[in-house]
Design a protein around this ligand. Structure first.
Ligand code: F6R
Length: 364
């Protein structure tokens, strides 16, 4: 049942090229993104004045990445909210808004409550859901099914990756309907999106390198993940993978926030993982790496091929293929999934069933 892999998590990490491809193919037909079955009309998309993305855990991290993508491609303001907070806030929800609930299981209690709240307020809802027939899939006005297939490992990998793809496709299609993107840019993005499965597969070919690094660092106490923009979103997810399955205390910071407090924790040997796929923010993040390094941190850089100057500062560097900056989370997350996985294995932990965690959080 694990298809020859030692754990479900590793199997599911390797399924990512296929499930990403399946999710793209489910809505892309002849160079167009077809969302007809979603019940969202072009008029509604044109009229949108606000998007709220609401989710928990890794699905929330997808929302953080998606926010940057929507803002880059469309003129629709986006807010990303933790479902457990959103449900108890007294947020004024603007009319003509769309609440997007992201949930692998479709059963998460807080996400369900957020959906109910949105519906009670008369706001249109869209679920990005993996489990067919789940509560959120049934209750949301429209559903974008991710085609990750059953995910057994408690730590999500392939569902997260397909949720990202769903978010890109929605943002691209909204931009197209609202005439906020040129035909050329749309075609270019679609073409690039189709290369993501092969690029993920390429990263997986290099997994021994991450395994080697993990074996060296399996005994650390703390890790810090830093990045800017979409790299910050990836840092959040990398940090969660690390803590949930490796039981290593880890935190993620927007790199620019370091000097507002967290840098006081950096000392000799502290592991700092710096994500640098966003070319426009590259030098800014490098300067944060240098600040950490000068305080004795051991730096792992994670960047795209070509950015070899990272090695001037980083002690160890992992590379991912180049892609459009908007899609970079889909690639950068893979080495971080592998890192969490291999550290967990090196420590002899129960990778697929980490302590205190449940696959589906159906109670508050
Ligand atoms: C982390 C993880 C959780 C889930 C969260 C939401 O690896 O799996 O953080 O992302 O519990 O679950 P769903 O997506 O089922 O609503």
């Amino acid at each position: 049942e694990k298809g020859g892999y030692e754990h479900f998590m590793l199997k599911e990490i390797h399924e990512q090229p296929k499930v990403i491809r399946d999710t793209i193919n489910s809505v892309v037909k002849d160079g167009r993104i077809v969302l007809d079955e979603f019940g969202l009309t072009d008029e509604e998309v044109k009229a949108l004045s606000q998007i709220y993305i609401v989710a928990c855990g890794s699905a929330y991290h997808v929302g953080v990445a998606a926010q940057y993508v929507f803002e880059e491609l469309t003129s629709i303001p986006v807010r990303v909210e933790l479902a457990s907070e959103f449900r108890y806030r007294k947020m004024p929800l603007s009319k003509n808004s769309l609440v997007v609930i992201i949930s692998q299981s479709g059963e998460t209690a807080d996400s369900r409550a957020a959906l109910t709240l949105a519906k009670e307020r008369g706001i249109k809802t869209l679920g990005i859901v993996n489990v067919v027939g789940s509560n959120i899939a049934r209750e949301a006005d429209s559903v974008f099914y991710t085609l990750a297939g059953p995910e057994i490992s408690v730590a999500t990998t392939k569902a997260y990756s397909t949720q990202l793809i769903a978010a890109y496709l929605l943002a691209m299609q909204f931009a197209k309907v609202r005439e906020e993107i040129t035909e050329e840019r749309f075609a270019e993005l679609l073409e690039e999106l189709n290369t993501i499965p092969d690029k993920v597969a390429k990263i997986l070919e290099d997994k021994e390198r991450i395994q080697w690094f993990a074996s060296k660092f399996s005994n650390i106490r703390d890790a810090f993940f830093i990045g800017r923009g979409i790299d910050y979103a990836v840092s959040l997810e990398g940090s969660l993978k690390m803590k949930e399955i490796s039981y290593i205390h880890s935190e993620a910071y927007a790199a620019g926030e370091l000097k507002h407090g967290p840098i006081s924790l950096i000392e000799n040997g502290t592991l700092v993982i710096s994500v640098l796929t966003q070319q426009a923010l590259f030098e800014k993040t490098v300067s944060n790496m240098v600040e950490c390094k000068s305080r004795g941190a051991y730096i792992m850089g994670l960047t795209s091929y070509g950015n070899y100057s990272v090695e001037d500062t980083a002690d160890f560097t992992a590379y991912v293929p180049k892609t459009d900056p908007l899609f970079a989370a889909s690639l950068a997350v893979v080495p971080l999934q592998l890192l969490g996985y291999y550290i967990s294995v090196a420590k002899g932990l129960d990778v697929d069933k980490p302590r205190n965690l449940a696959k589906s959080v159906t109670v508050e």
